[in-house]
Design a protein around this ligand. Structure first.
Ligand code: FAD
Ligand code: SIN
Length: 520
């Protein structure tokens, strides 16, 4: 049973930046970063547009970034958190730069700031259109320089180890976390990791939908684990759909994103008749906030009955496009599209979870010694709809907040009573994997057809019924089957879908990314 000081679940920007800080500050403490996949696989790796931060203090200001974030969040952001995150941004950005991460600059040596929907100024720092890849690989390189940080791949966290307080004095948090049960995908055994503090940095939930920009790892594991441990979870109904995913089915399980920064450089959305339509929906046109653009596209798709609309980039010179978006250019070319001559077929895709595990300003969840940050956390920054490129920023700032709190509290962390071993049962190998794969696909269809951009009461009720059948079937299978990653993920996807549907049903007013046509 490995006994460590700090257990970090997830190796995206949130987990890695927290690990680096704790590792640098406490060279004598043992830290493990666990990931269920290969070391860099994460939502972070695919981030394109960049990080929103105020660096141009002449045209831009904290006040403007705060106002844009609050407007996108449609009245549901926590203003104190918005202010804190925006004002911390430049400091956290400098840390990234000091860790060796590059951002594009102009010939004059100033940051080349991009523009995205909902932003009143150019303020997105980026590295070409592969900002996330640059961040992820440099953070991993840096982590490997620390002898006290172990980065373990193919380690799937299955459940948190928690104890419920029966003795006085009761704390505000009635449950304490002491680590996690982890499935070693190589040895096929469950290992009990006990830790003084645990950080959930397990990322998003996009795979709950059929069409998503998120890679296969985004199965809501951290949220489902936290839910089983009875942590507070909110705002799950606010799923952000990105307006422009490439309408092309790749075999890697995710839709390729066409960054909003392409519209920032002048690309225009057009319907199947070739008409630009966004000004009919919002005076900001193609750069309205994401919820508005995705709903407009959904409406145009329904009117035309077609499967995709178009992004017209032909007014951007080929040289400019290739310079700013080499990755997008290459992907389009691979499927035979010349973006300087042909319009890109696009469709909205599930992209980001605005809610998640509730945390306070220090990154603390409702469970003692359990932090959460990054996409799995609900910090209050995004409210009902995240402003573009505020996610990497939030992950960095809250990794720092959690680090500061860890600094103060790690020495006082309680020791657990005896930790129970993982409950291994008599099980058999699931001979029919179709029982798992079918249910995953069925869940994705239910969520895409009934719990998408536009919802109705009837569709939500139908989704709830179907999910409860999938839940019963999957739990029965889980109880009698041997350990398997696909089954763990299916359970977690079902819990995540359940939370999205239930919290959608509880919402009585349309806000930001949540739209139920029975409420309008
Ligand atoms: P992730 O980076 O997703 O990392 C999660 C980690 O947890 C992974 O290592 C995963 O393997 C691990 N994990 C999950 N479950 C388990 C488990 N059970 N056991 C062990 N490990 C587990 N945001 C921006 O601000 N700007 C952008 O330009 C931008 N572009 C984007 C483009 C795309 C295509 C996508 C998908 C997202 C984009 N986002 C962007 C959103 C942003 O990238 C993510 O919200 C952010 O990177 C999340 O970071 P994270 O560390 O919380 O999670
Ligand atoms: C994009 O580049 O359009 C994605 C940015 C984001 O999700 O914040």
């Amino acid at each position: 049973m490995p006994k460590i000081d700090v257990l970090i679940l997830g190796s995206g920007i949130a987990g890695l930046s927290y690990a680096l800080k704790v590792g640098e500050r406490f060279p004598d403490k043992t830290i493990a970063v666990l990931t269920k996949a290969a070391e860099g696989e994460s939502n972070t790796k695919y981030a394109q547009g960049g990080i929103a931060t105020v660096t141009d203090t002449i045209a831009d200001s904290y006040e403007k970034h705060i106002a844009d974030t609050l407007a996108a969040g449609d009245g549901l952001c926590n203003p104190a958190i918005v202010q804190m995150v925006v004002e911390e941004g430049p400091k956290r950005l400098n840390e990234l730069i000091n860790w060796g991460i590059n951002f594009d600059k102009s010939d004059l040596g100033e940051f080349d700031l991009g523009l995205e929907g909902g932003h009143s100024e150019h303020r997105i720092l980026h590295f070409k259109d592969i900002t996330g890849y640059e961040i992820e690989r440099k953070l991993i390189r840096k982590i490997k320089q620390h002898k006290n940080i172990a980065l373990l791949t193919e380690h799937f966290a299955v459940d948190l180890i928690t104890q419920h307080h029966l003795k006085l004095p009761f704390t505000k948090q009635g449950v304490t976390c002491f680590g996690a049960y982890v499935y070693n995908q190589q040895t096929k055994e469950i290992v009990t990791y006990t830790a003084k503090v645990t950080l959930l940095a397990t990322g998003g939930v996009g795979q709950v939908y059929r069409n998503t920009t998120n890679p296969l790892i985004a199965t809501g594991d951290g949220i489902a684990m936290a839910y089983r441990a009875k942590a507070q979870i909110s705002n799950m109904e606010f799923i952000q759909f990105h307006p422009t995913a490439l309408a092309y089915q790749f075999s890697h399980g995710r839709s390729f994103l066409i960054s909003e920064a392409v519209r920032g450089l002048g690309a225009v959305l057009k319907n199947e008749k070739g008409d630009a339509f966004m000004k009919n929906y919002d005076p900001r046109g193609d750069l309205a906030s994401r919820d508005i653009v995705s709903r407009a596209i959904d409406n145009e798709l329904k009117i035309s009955g077609s499967d995709a609309l178009y992004l017209d980039c032909t007014t951007i010179s080929k040289k400019d496009f290739q310079y700013h978006f080499p990755n997008i250019y290459a992907q389009c070319k691979e499927i035979g599209l010349d973006v300087s001559k042909q319009m890109i077929p696009i469709t909205p895709a599930a992209h980001y979870l605005c809610g998640g595990i509730d945390v306070d300003i220090h990154g603390c969840t409702s469970i003692k010694n359990l932090y959460a940050c990054g996409e799995c956390a609900n910090t209050g920054l995004h409210g009902a709809n995240r402003l573009a490129s505020n996610s990497l920023l939030e992950a960095l700032v809250f990794a720092h907040q959690s680090f500061l709190h860890t600094l103060e509290h790690i020495t006082q962390a309680d020791d657990p009573d005896e930790i129970p071993e993982w409950n291994s049962k008599d099980t058999f190998e699931t001979r029919e994997r179709i029982l798992i794969t079918h249910n995953r696909k069925e869940l994705q269809s239910v969520m895409s057809d009934y719990v998408g951009i536009i919802r109705t009461n009837e569709r939500l009720n139908r989704a709830a019924k179907r999910i409860s059948v999938l839940y019963e079937e999957t739990e029965t299978l889980y109880r009698k089957s041997k350990l398997s990653t696909s089954l763990f993920e299916l359970r977690n996807l079902i819990s995540t879908a359940y939370l999205i549907v239930e919290q959608s049903k509880n919402r009585s007013q349309n806000k930001g990314g949540y739209y139920n046509s029975d409420l309008s």
